[in-house]
Structures are given as structure tokens and as C-alpha cells.
Design a protein around this ligand. Structure first.
Ligand SMILES: *Cc1c(COP(=O)(O)O)cnc(C)c1O
Length: 306
């Protein structure tokens, strides 16, 4: 894989065993792919989903990348930073009016050179699904990356996560899902017997299965995968003391930090599914730590022990 952003260190994305009393009692091997460690800012899956876009923009000598996302979006921050490092301009269409107090994510994205355009929610939801984003007209020479990188290109980039996973060593590959782009890539690249399980963090995202399927290649259209909608904790980015208490316990037990939007809910789900004997004894499961730790900066100090 060519690495266009030379700070990315894929070798740091190690597989770490999670040995808890529970996984031992249930005779399940629980490992975590630490994609959070490949880079502090373009962390986890965001590098994989963006890399083909960055390569394409450089190859076809485009000026920059235009994309969209929310005020706390890991995708916005990663795009801003990747653009800066690759020598591309970036524009971020941000959901909602300009806030009085900018999130640290927005401040950083601006500091990395991204031009931010605040867009009222109604207009944002109207344009976000359009293949030809209307803002592109103002930015000739920019390529468009859909929200969260949801596209075939984003999916193909995410399929590259399999390069970090030894093919025959896992029965289950489990990830958190926002748009489902990463999961689609994991399904696309999974080996024959491997099952892929996704944990959506959005409430009632019932269209997710067909959205994921729409990204898969023709040869993978019939491929089975599993989605469990029980672990969104009320809605996107909602948290409570059960979740943060779990994240602290998980950190003390494994030394793995998680974020409250995605990977905290993912690990919580895996523990709960272990408790419910969802995985048969002898199963080997790999959780994808997709990064996103920067998002914890929006929490009050003291809630998390890390
Ligand atoms: C963006 C993100 C996801 C969701 O990825 P999708 O491809 O949109 O499903 C999961 N985990 C983390 C940490 C993220 O930042």
C-alpha cells in the first residue's frame, strides 16, 4: 500500500490481546486491532477511507478536497490534516450555523488550513446526499468526498484494513458503524468463513444494511453480515455513566483508551454479547479500534480516567 502521508505509521497498528476474566470464562479469544495508534490525528479508519481520495487528487493534480460533516467530526479533522500534509487545500461544509463557541475539532481543522462553511441543518441534510455537491461550483479543481467517506472509493480504502489482519486467525471481525463505510470495506475484504458484525452508533439506522450492500462489489452482493442495533445508548454521541464507567474499567483492565461516540460503545457491546453467550466457546474475535479519541476532548474533565 502506498502511503501518501508519511507520518502514518501502519506498523503501530498492532493486534493487542484483551484478556479479561470474562473472555477467559467464556473461552473466547478477544483481540483488538489498534488502528488508533497509526496516527494521533488521522486516526483509525479515517486514514483508510481517505487514502484513495488523496491519491486520486494528487495523481490528477487537483487543487483540493471538499467534504462535509458535523462540528465534532473525526472525518472533518482527518481531512483537514491529511490535506495539509499532502499539499491539498481543504473545504469543510459544516452541519449547523456557526456556533458561538467553536469545538476544539473546528478550531484544529481551521488551524490545519481548512476553509469552513457553516450551513443550516435543513440545507445540510438536503445537500448531503446529492452526488454533485452544489458547493463544488465555487471550488473548481476540488474533488468531493461524501460525508464520512461513504462511497465505493471510501469502502475500497477501508477494505485495506484487511492488510493488517492475519487472514485465517479470526472468526469474527467487529466494528462500530457511523455511515457503515468501514464495515462495507471489512465485508468486502473478509475471507470465506469470517463473519463481520457491526455495531451502529446511530439510533434506528434501519437503512444501514442496504446502504452497506450498495457499496459492495458485484461479487459480494450475497455476502452475509450481521448488524446489532442494541448499543447506541439512546442516540448518536449520547453517553451516560454506565458507558463512561465501562470505558474507565476497560481502560484499567486492558490499558486501551476508547472514545465515547464509537469505540466505547463497541467494546461495551462485545462485553455484553460475551455475557449473553452470543459467541460460541472457542471463537476468535477481533475488534477494530477505529480511533476517534480526539472526540473525548468535548467531555468535561474528570469523567474519564485517561
Ligand atoms: C468515523 C468513525 C467510525 C465510523 O465509520 P463509518 O465508516 O462511517 O461507519 C467509527 N469509529 C470511529 C472512531 C470513527 O471516527
Amino acid at each position: 500500500m502506498s502511503v501518501i502521508i508519511n507520518e502514518i505509521c501502519l506498523e503501530n497498528g498492532i493486534i493487542q490481546p484483551v484478556i479479561t476474566q470474562l473472555s477467559e470464562t467464556k473461552h473466547v479469544q478477544w483481540d483488538v486491532l489498534r488502528l488508533d495508534l497509526i496516527h494521533p490525528i488521522i486516526s483509525g479508519n479515517k486514514f483508510f477511507k481517505l487514502r484513495l481520495y488523496v491519491e486520486e487528487a494528487l495523481r490528477s493534480k487537483q487543487k483540493g478536497i471538499l467534504t462535509l460533516g458535523g462540528a465534532y467530526s473525526n472525518h472533518i479533522l482527518a481531512t483537514a490534516y491529511a490535506g495539509k500534509k499532502a499539499g491539498l487545500s481543504t473545504v469543510g461544509i459544516i452541519r449547523g450555523e456557526e456556533p458561538v463557541h467553536w469545538s476544539q475539532t473546528l478550531i484544529d481543522a481551521r488551524d490545519y488550513g481548512m476553509q469552513l462553511i457553516f450551513t443550516e441543518r435543513e440545507k445540510y441534510s438536503e445537500i448531503k446526499g446529492q452526488a454533485q455537491n452544489p458547493f463544488l461550483a465555487d471550488f473548481p479543481g476540488f474533488i468531493f468526498v461524501p460525508e464520512g467517506g461513504f462511497s465505493q472509493m471510501g469502502m475500497m480504502g477501508a477494505a485495506g484494513i484487511h492488510d493488517r489482519i492475519p487472514g485465517d486467525q479470526y472468526d469474527w471481525i467487529i466494528c462500530a458503524c457511523g455511515t457503515g463505510t468501514m464495515m462495507a470495506g471489512l465485508v468486502q475484504g473478509a475471507s470465506g468463513e469470517q463473519q463481520v458484525l457491526g455495531i451502529p452508533v446511530l439510533k434506528n439506522y434501519q437503512g444501514m444494511e442496504s446502504d452497506i450492500r450498495s457499496l459492495l462489489g458485484p461479487e459480494k452482493q450475497e455476502r452475509a453480515f450481521v448488524i446489532n442495533h442494541d448499543y447506541h445508548f439512546g442516540r448518536y454521541a449520547k453517553l451516560n455513566h454506565v458507558l463512561t464507567g465501562f470505558m474507565n474499567d476497560f481502560f484499567h483492565e486492558t490499558s486501551i483508551p476508547t472514545d465515547f461516540v464509537y469505540t466505547g460503545k463497541l467494546m461495551f457491546a462485545i462485553r455484553d454479547l460475551l455475557l449473553k453467550d452470543f459467541f460460541i466457546p472457542g471463537s476468535r474475535i477481533l475488534a477494530i479500534h477505529s480511533g476517534g479519541l480526539q472526540g473525548n476532548r468535548s467531555l468535561k474533565k474528570g469523567i474519564l480516567d485517561f
